[in-house]
Design a protein around this ligand. Structure first.
Ligand code: BGC
Length: 805
């Protein structure tokens, strides 16, 4: 399976999409892959760089404002642009246009974490220049975005002028016609200090004067220069420091220039035929929230870089990625397009995950401005499992972020009328509810259960009691309180009215099946966590109880509510209704809706959608997926068939779940059809909006479909279940799982093992090979049998896909 994503077509209409696909990130910093030199006039671009959780606020205006509507929104800030390198050849500015290119290639090395672009460009006078640019956002040094720019004169020599620009005059992108993007202009950064210096001149000391202009030098040795811009966000007052260290060797003249919000270093040089100029640019980004005084921090980080060059940084990057990939690798044989999509998605998750415990993965990660850099339930339900079962330290960091915004969630609970507990905002960066439309925002209370679910799954998979004591239990307890506050006992039942489930096409309903089912799970786990700490860490429990004023009686109430939780059931159809009223509505068959009227949210009033049975995304099916055993197998199957007919998959969070459940139900071919939609969603731009950023939850969903769906993985406490199914076109599927200190390698294939043929394609069995790569023996359940995995297990499993209806 190739780890290189590649395009050799230069298509101006695709450039903003490719800015997303080839972007580089490291969880702290993300840089869209715009051309260094800019584009021809009229080309659409979202030339953005972002720091995770670096935001400013803006007022939210409601013409008809009601009590508790959010008045302040948070939005990620497009930060100082360090990717601009302009090239002038014999005075002509290089701009790529179809007629002037001899060759063009872009690659993303997903194993090494490096993006490259190379091309041969012809000047108007017919001179030929070869340019290769490599870039990376370092995983080992989160503040660093590094670039290597190579330009060679082919055939004949040329006069080169190369300008490295640091641009602090940046604005966010907006589009009034799409509710998934911000509709208003946003320019929160103001430059405070701008410097451009030739030589090793960056002074870590006190801030330099506002401008320092025009220092020129001529040299034959390596020349260094630096650009620095310090800015501040208008409302939050966060500081940002961006320091760009530039170096190049060979004869040339450098000039520095600083303007009000832009700093430039220009190198002038003659290149003889065949000669190459190499410029290295190391851009250090620091923000006051993480780094304190930014100028000093930028200087310190720059100093720690020492003389490391691009190849040194690239080696570090490859080494860091290698370790992540080793734990997370997944491979599918026999289906290269899908395998490529899968690998792309997992690469995006690895490069997007923050490691600092104070930020999360936004819906578009750090690849674009869709959803304004907000974090949703997407992380806990779709992405966290990938990290929990491959690189659990990353899952831990994501969950710690939720703990870090608990105060915001508490404040939100009060706004919503609760006297205690925490209600997490539907979309947020720093803890404020940023959804202006509460029916599909704050009403999605299920996010509280989703967070609790991810907390417990992480604990179950790692046994990390310290995490429960430090953060997990408080998250479980505070969110458990929300259910008691918004739900009520009604006779023998506990019911939850006026909420919205995952399906945003049906809002404000009573007893959404998903919400009640997940709330029950969350309440049970809160009770379990309480008992766990009481037994194993009483001082931690006492500390939390004191801090949040927890009474013993509350835990009893959680238990009672969980036991009495009402889950709607329709006996006539033997399915789980989405909510109390859903099945009484008229059915709207998606098959009759033309492509140009999709997604429905962009073409129909919400009321026209919500009064009918039509779903944006998996809801009941997702509950059945996350909580195996919650309903009888027949109910699960019939529910799947029922909702499948009325789901539009207008949300990218849907296909993967339908894929995973089809696999669990034994229909590998159907699972495959949904999986094919999931795996290449962004690469093929199937939703038409990947320009605004990747669909990160969908990428986590693809992993869920592979491991929990086709792989049939399920944690069972001290054992794990593995029930693989393979679609006809796959020769094999392999993945790796981290579970309770073990590393388990799984391979399911239709072909015999080398050296001892067990079956061959067409004989109807699947060869399952499970290897314990690290850790103590563990029980494995498969096909109704139980094994003890000591080092290696190889057995034949029934090919359930062949017996599926
Ligand atoms: C989906 C939500 C999701 C959000 C961000 C919406 O279209 O309906 O479930 O959280 O996108 O990805």
């Amino acid at each position: 399976m190739s780890s290189i994503l590649k395009t050799t077509t230069f298509d101006p209409a695709r450039l903003s999409l490719e800015e997303t696909l080839f972007h580089t990130a490291n969880g702290y910093l993300g840089v869209r892959a715009a051309f260094e030199e800019g584009y021809a006039a009229g080309t659409t671009t979202v030339r953005g760089s972002y720091i995770n959780a670096f935001y400013d606020t803006h007022p939210i205006r409601h013409p008809e404002s009601l009590y508790g509507f959010p008045e302040t929104g948070e939005r990620i800030v497009a930060v100082t642009d360090a990717q601009t390198i302009e090239l002038y050849v014999d005075g002509e500015k290089m701009v790529l246009e179809p007629g002037r290119l001899e060759s063009f290639e872009r690659t993303l090395d997903m194993e090494a974490g490096i993006a490259r672009r190379s091309f041969v460009w012809n000047t108007a006078a017919g001179k030929r220049l070869e340019v290769t640019v490599s870039r990376l956002c370092s995983l080992a040094r989160p503040e660093l975005f590094a670039m290597e720019y190579r330009v060679a004169a082919l055939g004949e020599g040329a006069e080169i002028r190369l300008a490295c620009v640091l641009d602090g005059d940046v604005s966010n992108y907006h589009d009034e016609s799409d509710p998934r993007l911000s509709g208003s202009a946003f320019k929160p950064l103001e430059a405070l200090a701008v410097e451009a210096v030739v030589g090793d001149g960056f002074d870590v000391g006190p801030a330099a004067p506002r401008m320092q202009t025009a220092v020129a030098a001529t040299s034959t040795a390596t020349i260094r220069g630096s650009l620095y811009i310090e800015s501040r966000t208008k409302v939050t007052g966060f500081r940002l420091g961006v320091l760009s260290l530039v170096e190049s060797s060979g004869m040339g003249t450098w000039a520095a220039e600083a303007g009000p919000a832009e700093a430039r270093l220009e190198l002038s040089r003659s290149l003889s035929a065949g000669e190459e100029l190499v410029v290295l640019r190391k851009n250090v980004y620091v923000d006051s929230e993480r780094h304190g005084e930014v100028r000093a921090a930028a200087g310190r980080i720059a100093k720690a870089l020492g003389g490391i060059g691009f190849s040194g940084l690239a080696a570090e990057q490859a080494e860091t990625f290698r370790a992540y990939w080793e734990a997370a690798s997944v491979s599918v044989e026999g289906d290269e397009p899908v395998a490529e999509g899968l690998r792309f998605g997992l690469f995006q998750l690895l490069q997007s995950a923050p490691r600092d415990g104070r930020s999360n993965i936004a819906a578009k990660a750090l690849s674009g401005e869709g959803y304004e850099g907000h974090y949703f339930w997407d992380t806990e339900i779709y992405m966290a499992p990938f990290f929990t079962y491959t690189n659990p330290a990353l899952a831990r960091a994501l969950l710690l972020y939720r703990h870090s915004i608990l105060d915001g969630a508490r404040a939100h609970a009060r706004e919503m009328g609760q006297t205690r507990g925490a209600a997490f905002p539907w979309r947020t960066i720093a803890g404020r509810e940023c959804s202006a439309y509460y029916p599909s925002g704050s009403a999605q209370y299920h996010i509280n259960a989703d967070i609790a679910y991810a907390v417990w799954r992480y604990y179950e998979a790692t046994g990390d009691l310290a995490f429960i004591a430090e953060a997990g239990a408080e998250l479980l307890f505070e969110t458990a309180r929300t259910w008691l506050d918004i739900g009520h006992f009604d006779g023998s039942e506990f019911r939850i009215e006026s909420v919205t489930g995952p399906d945003e096409y049906t809002c404000l309903v009573d007893n959404n099946y998903y919400t009640n089912a997940m709330a029950r799970y969350a309440l049970e786990r809160a009770v379990e966590a309480h008992a766990l700490l009481r037994d194993r860490d009483p001082p931690a429990l006492a500390g939390i109880a004191l801090r949040i004023g927890l009474a013993e009686d509350e835990v009893v109430q959680w238990s009672r509510a969980a036991a009495a939780m009402y889950l709607p059931y329709d006996a006539a159809r033997d399915i789980s209704p989405q909510d109390d009223g859903f099945l009484r509505k008229a059915i709207w068959d998606p098959a009759g809706i033309p492509a140009e009227e999709r997604p429905l949210l962009l073409h129909f009033h919400h009321l026209a959608i919500s009064r009918r049975q039509i779903c944006k995304q998996a809801d009941v099916v997702l509950a059945h997926f996350l909580l195996p055993g919650i309903a009888a197998p027949g109910t699960v199957r019939k529910s799947y068939e029922y909702y499948e007919r009325i789901t539009t998959h207008d949300s990218s969070l849907s296909y993967a779940v339908f894929s995973a459940m089809a696999a669990r139900l034994g229909d590998a071919e159907k699972a495959y059809r949904y999986f094919a939609e999931t795996a290449r969603l962004d690469l093929d731009d199937r939703h038409g909006n990947a320009r605004d950023g990747i669909h990160a939850a969908n990428m986590g969903g693809a992993w869920l479909a592979i491991v929990f769906g086709f792989g049939g993985f399920q944690p069972l406490g001290d054992a794990v279940a593995l029930e693989p199914v393979l679609p006809a076109r796959w020769r094999s599927l392999s993945f790796r799982i981290a579970y309770r200190g073990r590393s388990i390698r799984v391979r399911a294939s239709r072909e015999g093992q080398s050296g001892g043929r067990l079956s061959k394609e067409g004989e109807g069995g699947i060869v399952v090979r499970i290897e314990l790569a690290a850790g103590n023996p563990i029980g494995i359940e498969s096909g109704g049998r139980r094994f003890l995995l000591v080092d290696l297990l190889v057995f034949m499993a029934q090919d359930r896909s062949r017996s599926a209806p």
